[in-house]
Design a protein around this ligand. Structure first.
Ligand SMILES: *Cc1c(COP(=O)(O)O)cnc(C)c1O
Length: 376
């Protein structure tokens, strides 16, 4: 995703850039890794088990199965949920490619729905209009940390007898009506990639409320075996190492405070930014602010790009997540009519919101964005 490129100042070396994202790795993470290295047991073991138990507290006590990436979590989740060739899964096109890749890798067919431009998440009405006799599941993505309309999706799935699956890669600790992301779907997936709200280096977590599905997920991640050399199903090696789990455990302890800081940073930005459309927070939700995404209204990508160039020149890192809707990527190449997705893709810009921002950083973001927006 190119997020670790040093964003060089456009004109001189004198401007320091406020980065768009910044993983926080401290002494505790280093000590945790060292502890595992010294133990001599590096692969999946007690750290992974402890990480799963600790993560479970944040998803209403559901079964948690740690894997080597968020993509693996989605992929194994679909297989364990029974998605197979010919099954259609409705997903947003306005997401990271892994959302749809994982459906296709499980043998299913992603069917792309449009979004509600206010929340950037799938529009329940459009989703319902796409249901066919082959539809097997609906998978909302809680994009940027804003939980999707899960109460609506839950009702739609009940009515049409479909599976509800969550891509919660960006939404650790987001809630709707007090119920956390990852505690709604038959299966849900989280990512611990370095730019996410917490990291394990790389890693993912599948959550489920079903003990049989949990057992299948444990088999699938480990060559189909629960007892060594007694392979019950054809499985993968998608295990998480104890090294990664040890990092994840430390980060999980810090996640609630980091999330609160993200929310405070977002509140400050929304109270002070002018001339841009600030993020909407739907009633009943708590937003995890993986990204703080504004819109430069006008359905004009050139205007948005000019805005980005100008704020970068003045030291504000920013990004477009994601510049091409999944259905138009060379990997899918579909011609679809998703007008809200196409419009938002030309207007969205994500500004820094991560917990390392200082008060001075926030003030600088506000003054630069307001200046540039006023002159556009
Ligand atoms: C990051 C991400 C993934 C994939 O997670 P990885 O850990 O990078 O494999 C899937 N879906 C969304 C929406 C993501 O942001």
């Amino acid at each position: 995703m190119g997020l670790f490129k040093k964003s060089a100042p456009a004109d001189s070396g004198t401007i320091t850039m406020i980065p768009a994202a910044k993983p926080i790795i401290g002494d505790e993470e280093r000590a945790a890794v060292d502890r595992v290295l010294r133990s001599g047991m590096l692969a999946q073991g007690p750290e992974v088990k402890a990480f799963e138990e600790e993560f479970s507290h944040y998803v209403d006590g559901r079964h948690c199965i740690a894997v080597n990436s968020g993509t693996s979590a989605l992929h194994l989740g679909f297989i364990a949920a029974g998605i197979k060739a010919g099954d259609e899964v409705i997903v947003p096109s306005f997401s990271f490619a892994a959302t749809a890749n994982s459906v296709a890798l499980a043998g299913g067919t992603p069917v792309f729905a449009d979004i509600d431009p206010r929340t950037f998440n799938m529009d329940p009405d459009h989703v319902e209009s796409l249901i066919t006799s082959r539809t097997k599941a609906i998978m909302p993505v809680h994009l940027y940390g804003h939980i999707a309309a899960m109460d609506r999706f839950e009702a739609i799935c009940k009515k049409h007898n479909l599976l509800l699956i969550e891509d919660s890669a960006q939404a650790h600790l987001a809630t709707l009506n007090g119920r956390p992301s990852g505690a709604w779907g038959t299966v849900a997936s989280f990512s611990f990639y370095p730019t996410k709200n917490m990291t394990a280096g790389e890693g993912g977590m599948v959550t489920t409320d079903n003990a049989e599905t949990a057992r299948m997920l444990r088999l699938l991640r480990n060559q189909g075996q629960e007892v060594i050399y007694q392979n019950e199903v054809v499985g993968f090696n998608n295990r998480m190492t104890d090294i990664h789990a040890a990092i994840g455990r430390v980060q999980l302890r810090k996640l609630p405070a980091w999330t609160a800081t993200r929310q405070k940073n977002a509140e400050y930005l929304s109270a002070n930014l002018k001339g841009v459309t600030t993020p909407f927070i739907a009633p009943g939700t708590t937003h995890a602010f993986h990204q703080y995404t504004i819109r430069i209204e006008g359905n004009d990508a050139a205007k948005r790009d000019l805005f980005m160039t100008r704020i970068r020149e003045r030291g504000i890192g920013c990004g477009v997540y994601y510049p091409t809707p999944i259905h138009r990527l060379p990997s899918f190449k579909l011609q679809l009519d998703l007008p809200e997705t196409e419009k938002v893709i030309k207007e969205c810009v994500s500004l820094p919101v991560h917990p390392s921002l200082s008060k001075a950083d926030l003030e600088k973001i506000v003054s630069v964005v307001n200046d540039v927006a006023a002159a556009l």
